[in-house]
Design a protein around this ligand. Structure first.
Ligand SMILES: Nc1nc2c(ncn2[C@@H]2O[C@H](COP(=O)(O)OP(=O)(O)OP(=O)(O)O)[C@@H](O)[C@H]2O)c(=O)[nH]1
Ligand SMILES: [Mg+2]
Length: 142
């Protein structure tokens, strides 16, 4: 089974997305440490928000086959530096979250992900299960 690592800012929706993909009930649980859940490696947003922890992200990525950069459609803050995806030798894909939410700007999130260096991007709402099957398909093909 392919290993998938999720990276995104604090509260961007990584854990919720995993719950939606796995058909678990959606429940808020703050990710405190790098969490291994079946094929997923759920990285707390703090790792992206502190540049001193980038090395830890890269080291952890060695265990993954696919890197998912997760961008919150409601956040005006771009957590990814330009070309961030090139830090990894792994395939990187992008996922936009919270497309259902008031104030969501999916175009902005897509632009951030493209700037980070991903080409394939899927828009999702975990709450409405939008794009979830598409994400599963993208991960299977990647
Ligand atoms: N409206 C809406 N809210 C969402 C969606 N996905 C996640 N959320 C909410 O966003 C908040 C943060 O989601 P998490 O999945 O915990 O975020 P995370 O990226 O795992 O955050 P860290 O563990 O802190 O890195 C929660 O309150 C979720 O319910 C979505 O698709 N739609
Ligand atoms: Mg989390």
């Amino acid at each position: 089974m392919k290993k998938i690592m999720l990276i995104g800012k604090i509260g961007s929706g990584k854990t919720t997305l995993i719950q939606a993909i796995k058909n678990f009930p959606l429940k808020y649980i703050k990710t405190q440490v790098i969490h291994y859940i079946d094929e997923f490696i759920d990285v707390p947003g703090e790792y992206l928000e502190n540049r001193s922890l980038y090395r830890a992200i890269v080291i952890t990525a060695a265990q993954a086959d696919i890197i998912c950069l997760v961008a919150d459609a409601t956040s005006s803050d771009n957590g990814f530096p330009e070309g961030f995806a090139s830090m990894f030798i792994n395939k990187a894909v992008g996922i936009v979250t919270k497309s259902d939410k008031k104030g969501a700007n999916t175009e902005r999130a897509i632009a951030y992900l493209k700037q980070a260096g991903v080409k394939k991007i899927v828009m999702t709402s975990a709450y409405y299960r939008q794009g979830i099957e598409e994400v599963i398909g993208m991960l299977e093909k990647a």
